[in-house]
Write a protein that binds this ligand. Structure first.
Ligand SMILES: Nc1ncnc2c1ncn2[C@@H]1O[C@H](COP(=O)(O)OP(=O)(O)OP(=O)(O)O)[C@@H](O)[C@H]1O
Length: 249
């Protein structure tokens, strides 16, 4: 069996008496798109925070490319190739699209901060930044201030920022949230075009998108994984239908 890129082993996290992550084990294979679904408050974002390093699990281990990263800071995880996009837009509105991505490339390269002013003219930063913009279809918007992008374009920009880190895995927290139907369809196509090249853990409420994209689906309810497997068998799982998908028909 292929060694997973990312593996969670019995991860637990409580806030007071509330078990938000209750003995979660799951893995992400190279090039796999693994969707994590579950009702509001199931603990998906809290789990993503633990994987990215913003929150520390109470117990359990998180391994990335064979290394135990449970105690590493988010920055160290990112430098090792674990990228994430945010549920809340994380771009800088006044900077150009290209500068936003170049900033991410710079952070990875750990250049001194003083270089930031010259980021847009630094070919070493711009080349990978432009390549990432091309990959998400935003190259022709490179000089536009990020604040002028549409919702969908901002989501694509965040994805470009993740891709510019040359990640081995990307955590996608609700990339379709707040995006209209047409732009949503474009984003689904974009994610589909990245499939196989990057391992992706996708948290998403849009079930049509999840079932169109995912190689594997895990269902989180009250912090526990109640089902995990290929989309067809998860969709047919009686427990999943009762707990979550029932209302979707
Ligand atoms: N810092 C915190 N302190 C206390 N409780 C928290 C904290 N963060 C999250 N929670 C609680 O943990 C539970 C899981 O929240 P989380 O945001 O991870 O769920 P989710 O599955 O991502 O939900 P949604 O789909 O609505 O984004 C919720 O009951 C939430 O109120």
């Amino acid at each position: 069996m292929t060694e997973p890129v990312l593996a969670l082993d019995s991860v637990r996290k409580s806030f007071g008496a509330l078990k938000v992550t209750d003995d979660v084990s799951l893995s992400l294979a190279p090039g796999e798109l693994h969707a994590l679904i579950g009702p509001n408050g199931a603990g998906k974002t809290t789990l993503v925070h633990q994987i990215s390093g913003m929150l520390k699990p109470d117990s359990g281990a998180i391994r990335f490319r064979g290394e135990d990263i449970t105690a590493l800071t988010p920055e160290k995880r990112a430098r090792r190739g674990l990228a994430r996009t945010f549920q809340i837009t994380s771009t800088i509105a006044s900077l150009s699209v290209l500068e936003n991505v170049a900033l991410g490339v710079q952070a990875k390269a750990a250049h001194p901060l003083s270089l930031f002013r010259n980021a847009a003219s630094d070919a070493a930063l711009n080349r990978p930044a432009l390549a990432a913009l091309e990959a998400v279809g935003l190259a022709d918007r490179a000089d536009v201030p990020a604040g002028r992008l549409s919702h969908g374009e901002k989501r694509a920009l965040e994805l470009a920022m993740a891709l510019a880190l040359e990640p081995a895995a990307i955590l996608l927290d609700e990339p379709l949230a707040g995006v209209g139907r047409e732009e949503g369809e474009r984003l689904i196509e974009l994610l589909s075009s990245l499939k196989g090249r990057y391992a992706m853990l996708l948290v998403e409420h849009d079930m049509a998108a999840v079932f169109a994209l995912a190689d594997k689906v895990s269902v989180l309810v009250y912090g526990r994984v109640i089902a995990s497997g290929d989309p067809v068998s998860v969709r047919a799982d009686a427990g999943v239908r009762e707990a979550y998908l029932g209302e979707e028909g």
